[in-house]
Ligand binder design. Structure first.
Ligand code: FAD
Length: 471
């Protein structure tokens, strides 16, 4: 068997794994990246963030064209060529994953295609398409990601019942389309299919969609999605799925009553589970908690001093940028630096229309934990830019510490909220106070001014909004 030696091995080439491998190589560590699939990029580039955003951009354009009619610009109805859309999405994936291959070569990261498993604490067995390899390492970073949860009751082999990867293939546009799970992935995929003409129904077991957004933020997105989707049922549970005559018969419980409906296709998006199995972790007694997450400390170190773990496999939120940051922390820890994962916020974005984004403390969380806060918010109806582009459905909201007016959290709903949240993230990490924001000149007219005006409004003094003084 061929034996390779390396200083650092990274298992899994998703945004956690490749970011860690590239950073390690940049810092002079001899690095090997092991990925079981021929294409690098993990879930994010192949069947997650990137293809979903390619499709969501298209649905945003369809919505925009529709919207423009109100402004006097009528482009007619879109002609949808599903083959071309699919080809475009696939070309984006190829470009991005091909780019990673080139970047690995340029950085001299040794990439091995194969499935890794532990032999012992310093040896991995790699099953490659050309046979077995043994890899001897000094340090290891596990970045094996996550998989969709498929509850056993829904584990049916049928093309009519899809997970998110199947839905991204966009084989056809079902007429009646059910999405089980109203979380981020469900709402994003629902937005794509609704724009392409599906009648989308969402069934969510909790009392709200999108994982419990602050009420004022959630209201804007819910109002909009209720218009684009056929129905959103909260506090509702699906109890059975049956495939009959090329349709899916669904039984669900709502208000204590069992109801039946028939759909052309169903997307299961009820969450993801860590992929902490399949690499013989038991051989090295790796500590894994009851939910399947590999246990790590703030340096991303497992119970074994030289083995680190990052990304979806170590915990929520399962987000690409969290995985990448953790990758950098692990590499710096390997180099003996004092770095810990101590970020104050991890931005979350829902790429629906309008977008929703938040970072740091939310108002819901502050209430639950009894944290004191004051809010400065600005409704986009008073923003010149939002009005000029006819996108007034928006709100920017900043939570401040009442003692020193330091930023505790930011939430935004509105077009491009996912881009705008970066300023909130920077303000949070830099420990910015209200005055830092109000004394920063924001270009006019931009949506970023809503951040400035939300801060001004903490004292009821937003330039474009009059707030009567309380007596
Ligand atoms: P992954 O990307 O899951 O990569 C893990 C890799 O490890 C895989 O390539 C796998 O093949 C490999 N692997 C596993 N076991 C082995 C083994 N034994 N040997 C070799 N290789 C192995 N996040 C965002 O931040 N923004 C978004 O907009 C976003 N959109 C999403 C949309 C969808 C539809 C989905 C499903 C997810 C989305 N996510 C998004 C989540 C994001 O994709 C994940 O958080 C991210 O990919 C996690 O990165 P990771 O490096 O931890 O693991």
């Amino acid at each position: 068997m061929k034996i390779n030696e390396t200083e650092l091995v990274v298992i899994g080439a998703g945004p956690g794994g490749y970011a860690a491998a590239f950073y390690a190589a940049d810092l002079g560590i001899k690095t090997t990246l092991v990925e079981r699939f021929p294409r690098l990029g993990g879930v994010c580039l192949n069947v997650g963030c990137i293809p979903s955003k390619a499709l969501l951009h298209m649905s945003a354009v369809i919505e925009e064209v529709e919207h423009m009619r109100e402004n006097g610009l009528d482009f007619g109805s879109p002609k949808i060529d599903l083959n071309k859309i699919r080809n475009f999405k696939d070309s984006v994936i190829h470009k991005m994953t091909g780019g990673l291959k080139q970047l690995s070569a340029l950085r001299k990261v040794d990439v091995i295609q194969g499935t890794a498993e532990f032999l012992d604490e310093h040896n991995l067995l790699i099953q490659t398409p050309d046979g077995e390899k043994r890899l001897v390492f000094k340090y290891l970073i596990i970045a094996t990601g996550s998989k969709p949860i498929i509850p056993p009751v829904f584990d049916l082999k049928s093309d009519l019942i899809m997970d998110s990867s199947d839905a991204l293939e966009l084989k056809d546009i079902p007429d009646e389309f059910l999405i089980i799970g109203g979380g981020i992935i469900g709402l994003e995929m629902g937005s794509v299919y609704a724009a392409l003409g599906s009648k989308v129904t969402v069934i969510e077991a909790m009392g709200h969609i999108a994982g419990g957004l602050d009420k004022d933020i959630g209201r804007v997105i819910e109002r909009k999605l209720k218009k684009s989707f056929k129905a959103i049922h909260t506090n509702t549970r699906v109890s059975s799925l049956k495939v009959e005559k090329n349709k899916v018969k669904v039984i669900y419980e709502q208000d204590g009553e069992a109801k039946t409906a028939v759909f052309d296709k169903v997307l299961l998006s009820v969450g993801r589970k860590p992929q902490s199995y399949g690499f013989k972790a038991e051989k090295v007694n790796l500590a894994i908690d009851q939910r399947g997450f590999i246990q790590v400390n703030e340096r991303m170190q497992t119970n074994l001093e030289h083995i680190f773990a990052i990304g979806d496999v170590v915990g929520n939120p399962m987000l690409a940028h969290k995985a990448s940051r953790e990758g950098h922390v692990a590499v710096e820890a390997i180099l003996g630096k004092k770095t810990i994962f101590d970020n104050l916020g991890i931005p979350s974005v829902i790429y629906t229309d309008p977008e929703v984004a938040w970072v740091g403390l939310t108002e819901n969380e502050a209430k639950q934990k009894g944290i004191d806060y004051k809010v400065g918010s600005f409704s986009w109806g008073a923003s010149g830019r939002a009005t000029a582009i006819n996108k007034k459905d928006g709100l920017t909201k900043i939570l401040f510490d009442p003692k020193n007016e330091r930023v505790l959290g930011v939430a935004i709903v509105g077009v491009n909220a996912g881009e705008l949240i970066a300023e909130g993230g920077l303000a949070l990490e830099m420990g910015a106070v209200r005055e830092d924001i109000t004394s920063t000149i924001h270009a006019h007219p931009t949506l970023s001014e809503t951040f400035l005006e939300a801060a001004e409004n903490l004292h009821g003094m937003a330039t474009h909004m009059f707030m009567p003084k309380r007596k």
